[in-house]
Design a protein around this ligand. Structure first.
Ligand code: GDP
Ligand code: ZN
Length: 304
């Protein structure tokens, strides 16, 4: 028996990386195949025990309990969430200061997804060489106020690259963000060739080779993994329980339960709402609150 990490899982084929660094294809042992059908899927990021047979075929014998699950909620209440990546520590959400213009609403969606999965977050604003410092400050201010870790970067000016490398080395991060913001460039700056490999995965997915949401872990030379999750970008598919949404805006946390209608307040139309009062007095950012309202209404609509 040997320990390994699942790099990708697609169509019953598992790429695994043994702890000695060897990468190989593996299959699932019979008992696990059965569980696979009942919903306990083996996914990228899973830590597994494998048996290496004399003919050098490899079988996954067991899966270790997960420390985290990055998941899209499955529709309806009875159905389980669909796990995209297991055991990730953080989500790195990359936006560009310009080209393409950063969109708060989209960032807020990514943040809710990360919060719902209980992962740490790093917001990276790349291409800061294209704008004034004050433009970057202004965009990031509400996120800094909400307690998020942020990093200003420019691949062109070689800013923030060493910091990003220090953060990702030795840990397991998921990278996401709109296309064109410089994800591949950032990853190449950290480790030559890395961004290219990530790009290939995205490309394959966009051409429809994989029909389901899939992810791939890329081992880092400095230890740890970067995962690309192309399916995360189709966020329209993703659902959240509207009653849970308030927990995914960290700047709301201290006020929850202090509205007139206590825990049943939706913070949308009720009188004496602590959240809306905080928006009016400026202690909660209005654009962040508007994202909450949009996502709440969307979630409520999908629920019926
Ligand atoms: P991805 O789609 O997120 O992987 O983005 P790419 O890494 O392919 O980058 C998209 C474009 O932005 C390319 O033309 C890059 O050269 C450019 N780019 C990447 N980083 C920077 C940067 O820091 N500053 C500027 N000005 N351009 C950048
Ligand atoms: Zn309220």
């Amino acid at each position: 028996m040997a320990s390994a990490t699942v790099l990708s899982a697609s169509g019953g084929v598992y790429d695994v990386r043994l702890d000695d660094g060897t990468v190989a294809e593996a299959s699932l042992r019979g008992r696990l195949k059965l569980e696979q059908r009942t919903g306990d899927r083996v996914v990228a990021g899973d830590r597994v025990e494998v048996e290496i047979h004399p003919d050098s075929s490899i079988a996954i014998e067991s899966v270790a309990p997960r420390t985290s699950e990055l998941a899209r909620r499955a529709p309806g209440h009875g159905r389980r969430a669909r796990v995209i990546v297991a055991n990730a520590q953080r989500v790195i959400i990359v936006f560009a200061a310009r080209d393409p213009e950063p969109k708060r609403r989209l960032l807020d969606r990514f943040l809710v997804l990360a919060e719902a999965s209980g992962l740490d977050v790093l917001i990276v604003m790349n291409k800061i060489d294209l704008v004034d410092e004050s433009t970057v400050d202004e965009f990031l201010a509400p996120y800094v106020a909400a307690g998020y870790a942020t990093l200003r970067a420019s691949v062109r000016a070689n800013t923030g690259i060493d910091e990003l490398r220090d953060i990702v080395c030795g840990s397991h991060s998921v990278v996401t963000g709109p296309s064109g913001v410089g994800k591949s460039s950032l990853l190449n700056a950290i480790q030559p060739g890395l961004g290219l490999r990530i790009g290939e995965v995205s490309e394959a997915v966009h051409k429809g080779r994989h029909t389901t949401v899939t992810a791939r872990l890329i081992p880092l030379d400095c230890g740890g993994y970067i995962a690309d999750t192309p399916g995360l970008r189709e966020l329209g598919l993703w659902r959240v329980d509207p009653a849970e949404l308030e927990h995914y805006f960290p700047e709301f946390t201290d006020l929850l339960g202090t509205c007139r209608f206590k825990r049943s307040c939706t913070h949308i139309h009720e009188p004496d709402c602590a959240i809306r009062n905080a928006v009016d007095d400026g202690s909660i950012d209005r654009a962040r609150y508007e994202s909450y309202v949009t996502l709440y209404e969307e979630a409520a609509e999908q629920k019926v």
